[in-house]
Write a protein that binds this ligand. Structure first.
Ligand SMILES: CC(C)(COP(=O)(O)OP(=O)(O)OC[C@H]1O[C@@H](n2cnc3c(N)ncnc32)[C@H](O)[C@@H]1OP(=O)(O)O)[C@@H](O)C(=O)NCCC(=O)NCCS
Length: 160
């Protein structure tokens, strides 16, 4: 099956989206306003010939405090939500969404600057999914994971 990932639009049907995580499912239904106001950006996965949303993620600009005294604030992009509707899970859609997110972060870093991408995993099992994709622990207790921009740049440059 071929999938595509693109910015959320009014043509997309989010009605039946259900990944099994209540917060992520609810966010998918409410997402359009934040996206339209450019508060965050939502990207959706669909089958190549349809507009039914089978997966989505959100990106938002944030800051991370770093250094021993936590005195530095670094520009960072947060992957806020990632979800794949139940019937499409374990088919590579999640991986495709994260790869797409990293390409978007690469563009942000090149154009306005960003040093990290980070996210909070829903649970320990999901954290393993991100670790498998190259993420590192930022805060294991809070299930926060990150990738430095250097890793994203070398990942994307190696694809060229
Ligand atoms: C987590 C989620 C986004 C992964 O998407 P997916 O489309 O099912 O994942 P993929 O098919 O791309 O899986 C890629 C790899 O990660 C592994 N993986 C997927 N989900 C996993 C999980 N929950 N725990 C551990 N590994 C997982 C797969 O086995 C696969 O490995 P492989 O390439 O070696 O076969 C999806 O299962 C989901 O929406 N879950 C419910 C909502 C949720 O918890 N979202 C995360 C919020 S942070």
């Amino acid at each position: 099956m071929q999938y595509r990932v693109e910015p959320l639009g009014l043509q997309h049907d989010r009605e039946a989206f259900c990944c099994g995580n209540d917060a992520i499912d609810a966010f998918c239904q409410q997402a359009y306003r934040d996206h339209a106001q450019f508060r965050k950006r939502i990207y959706v996965a669909c089958e190549s010939d349809a507009h039914i949303v089978i997966g989505y993620y959100a990106l938002v600009m944030t800051q991370i405090t770093s250094g021993r005294a936590k005195k530095h604030t670094d520009p960072a992009v947060q992957i806020e939500m990632v979800g794949v509707t139940k019937t499409y899970q374990a088919r590579g859609v999640g991986k495709l969404l994260v790869a797409h997110a990293l390409h978007q972060v690469y563009v942000v870093a090149q154009t306005v600057g960003a040093i990290w991408v980070w996210l909070r995993a829903a649970d320990r099992k999901v954290a393993d999914f991100y670790i498998q994709l190259g993420f590192h622990w930022l805060d294991e207790k809070q299930l926060k994971l990150y990738l430095p921009i250097e890793d994203i740049i070398s990942l994307i440059d190696s694809e060229r």
